[in-house]
Design a protein around this ligand. Structure first.
Ligand SMILES: C[S@@+](CC[C@H](N)C(=O)[O-])C[C@H]1O[C@@H](n2cnc3c(N)ncnc32)[C@H](O)[C@@H]1O
Length: 395
């Protein structure tokens, strides 16, 4: 396949070596489609596009995180936007360590390592006693980037950081994951002419294309028909994100897990008006809907269905500690105090920090779309982060 054939005019073209990488990945996916008799469920396509070793978006060498398209990045996340995010998140992490009497932090999907470096410094400043900071990432390529960031920004604490190749059976401490759930493969379903289909990927004239098959598995049909959809409708289900939540909540024998991401509770997610689903791709800070553009060079994500995440955690016997908007979570944990530590007279520092806080909190930006869900074991008190505006009842 020639990826250029998919290139919308407005998107900048990748360089020749990136295109060659994309072509190598496409060849691999084409073989997988052939081996599956011409049709791959979408989650298997997404898994390859994001995580194929050496070639997938997170498995390969693209820049990914950053603030501007000119630096070759595709999207910005809260820890990339401002160090105030990590400085504020450190407060509930410190409180959960203290409340559970645990001494270890584990971060999933650590990106460039900025959140880790910021948390290490802020936890130390808050006087939190923690012994280790473990990082788990499916992307081996990011590990080196994380190590460099942490050594540069938190040199005195870098010795406490370790990278895990496999999860321990049990973990006592605080687990965090920012924008990890949205990066997990989803299955696609389309309701057309009154019938539910699973939307997969096939080859048409050598190009990737969607192909729908009627849903036959009883469990899928039961769930989809419960949605009471009338007209044409496309949506996703999140088996991988739920399995991930079950895994971390089973592993967590004492402490808390805090997961931050964009999404909605089930009744909002599967609302009749969200008829196009939430699958989205990010390339050079442009969001678009074509998952077949430059496989391996662009991010593919879907919003998180938080009711399913809550059920998955609670099913393991973990307590649901809280669920709220990112704005409420950050305000409850004192982001304005953290901002207040910067002298407003120092406009070069204060203005960008205040702008970033505005983005993190604003309803029109990240404040309302992003949510925080937390599970715990062995913590009796609620965290300050959920002291007001907890929306567990909406799940
Ligand atoms: C959108 S990025 C977010 C990175 C970072 N947390 C941030 O906020 O900038 C998603 C990250 O999650 C990682 N990831 C996805 N599934 C994972 C899993 N099951 N275990 C660990 N990391 C995972 C990806 O490799 C990637 O680094």
């Amino acid at each position: 396949m020639n990826p250029i054939a998919h290139q919308p005019d407005s998107l900048p073209a990748p360089g020749p070596s990136a295109l060659a990488q994309s072509e190598a990945l496409s060849a691999q996916i084409r073989s997988a489609i052939a081996a599956a008799d011409g049709w791959l469920p979408f989650d298997r396509y997404m898994e390859q596009a994001l995580y194929a070793p050496g070639l997938g978006y997170y498995g390969g060498g693209s820049i990914k995180f950053g603030r501007r398209p000119e630096d070759g990045s595709d999207f910005v996340t809260a820890p990339e936007l401002s160090p105030l995010f990590a400085a504020t998140l450190a407060r509930p992490v410190a409180q959960a360590l203290e409340a559970s009497g645990t001494r270890h932090v584990m971060e999933f999907g650590a990106g460039t390592g900025k959140l880790a470096a910021g948390l290490l410094n802020a936890l130390e400043q808050l006087g939190a006693t923690f012994k280790t900071y473990s990082i788990v990432d499916l992307s081996g390529e990011l590990r080196e980037r994380q190590r460099e960031t942490i050594e540069a920004r938190a040199p005195a604490l870098a010795a406490r950081v370790r990278w895990l190749d496999a999860l321990p059976e049990q973990f006592e401490g605080v687990v965090i994951g920012n924008e990890v759930l949205d990066a997990m493969p989803v299955r696609l379903f389309a309701h057309t002419d009154g019938v539910w289909h699973e939307r997969g990927v096939t080859l048409r004239d050598g190009e990737f294309a969607f192909a729908d098959r009627p849903v036959s598995a009883r469990q899928d049909l039961e769930f989809l028909t419960s949605l009471e959809v009338d007209g044409d409708y496309v949506t996703e289900t999140h088996d991988a994100a739920r399995a991930f939540t079950r895994t971390i909540c089973t592993m967590l024998t004492r402490g808390a897990a805090l997961l931050i991401d964009y999404g909605f509770p089930r009744h909002e997610y599967y609302h009749g008006q969200r008829a196009q689903g939430t699958l989205m791709c990010h390339y050079r800070h442009r969001a678009h809907g074509d998952p077949f553009l430059y496989p391996g060079l662009q991010d593919i994500t879907a919003h998180v269905e938080f009711t399913g995440i809550a059920e998955a955690g609670v099913d393991t016997g973990a307590d649901l500690l809280g669920y709220t908007s990112q704005a409420r979570f950050l305000l409850n944990t004192g982001i304005t105090e953290v901002l207040g530590e910067i002298d407003p007279v120092d406009t070069m520092r204060f203005l960008p920090a205040a702008n970033a806080v505005q983005k993190l909190l604003s309803e029109a930006e990240m404040g309302e779309l992003f949510k925080v869900i937390a599970f715990s074991r062995g913590i009796e008190e609620t965290l300050d982060a959920f002291a007001s505006g907890d929306r567990t009842h909406s799940l």
